[in-house]
Design a protein around this ligand. Structure first.
Ligand code: BTN
Length: 252
């Protein structure tokens, strides 16, 4: 705790060695009025949850898995802004603590040399017109060796240590740095709105300004990635000039 240097984020910290999913724990706590900035962290998760109902491999004890409860006074449709904000914070937090330079892949995969080293899952508890809590789950692959990933992920996943010639990091340092940067951007967001966050996201994202293919269950859209909207929607300009809005998809 002494190393956190944050004002609110993580000042209430619930740490568990092993848990089914920190996301689930945070949902329970959010329902019980735990304050803005509460963090639930674990060394191992047995049922880590990823985006789009995918499992998130996190039982090895070589990463850090945590979920943050935020209570911004916003309408539910703006919650995706916090996903992009978290991606900016994780990217900068990793850079500040490790010297490595990850890039963002829309909406919020954090990649080093094209492989995923962190993932973010944002969920919320909400009334029809007001957010009660946004739960931001962050998974950081920190000291994994390649065999800590299942074979089918070994070409797509990586860890900070693997991209650092195998030299391990202190997991608490990386986590503290991510929380510090999350607090910085969250305060900026609450006072100045989404503009600065969006500009920074676009600088750190490889997805924008190039040719992409967005694959979802419904369809595949190919074209030039123009940018993101205030709602976190990806805009793709197709060959015929029409602009398609992508809400949820995987990007090739
Ligand atoms: C993704 O890229 O699919 C998102 C992965 C999010 C994983 C984190 S780990 C902490 C929190 N608890 C979970 O069960 N999931 C998130």
């Amino acid at each position: 705790k002494a190393r956190l240097h944050t004002k609110t984020l993580g000042q209430k910290l619930v740490y568990k060695e092993e848990v089914s999913s920190t996301q689930e724990e945070a949902h329970k706590l959010a329902g019980k009025n735990e304050p803005d900035g509460t963090v639930v962290a674990a060394d191992k998760q047995f049922q880590g949850k990823g985006r789009l109902d995918r499992p998130w491999v996190s039982a090895s004890g070589t990463g850090l898995w945590f979920s943050i409860i935020l209570r911004p006074d916003i309408r539910p449709q703006y919650a995706p802004q916090l996903t992009l904000l978290a991606a900016v914070a994780v990217t900068e937090g990793i850079t500040n603590a490790s010297g490595l330079h990850p890039r963002i892949k829309w909406p919020n995969d954090i990649l080093l040399n094209g492989k995923k080293t962190a993932g973010i899952l944002t969920e919320m508890q909400s009334d029809p017109d007001r957010v009660q809590a946004v739960i931001i789950g962050i998974g950081l692959n920190i000291n994994h060796k390649i065999d800590d990933f299942p074979p089918e992920l070994q070409s797509k996943a990586t860890s900070l240590a693997l991209e650092n010639k195998g030299t391990a990091f202190h997991r608490a340092d990386i986590t503290a740095s991510v929380l510090r940067s999350l607090e910085y951007w969250y305060e900026m967001y609450l006072t100045d709105g989404f503009g600065a966050v969006r500009r920074r996201w676009e600088e750190l994202a490889d997805t924008v300004g190039g040719h992409v293919r967005a694959v979802s269950r419904l369809k595949t859209v190919e074209g030039y990635a123009e940018g993101i909207t205030d709602d976190g929607v990806l805009l793709i300009k197709q060959e015929d000039g029409t602009i398609e809005k992508i809400y949820s998809a995987d990007i090739d």
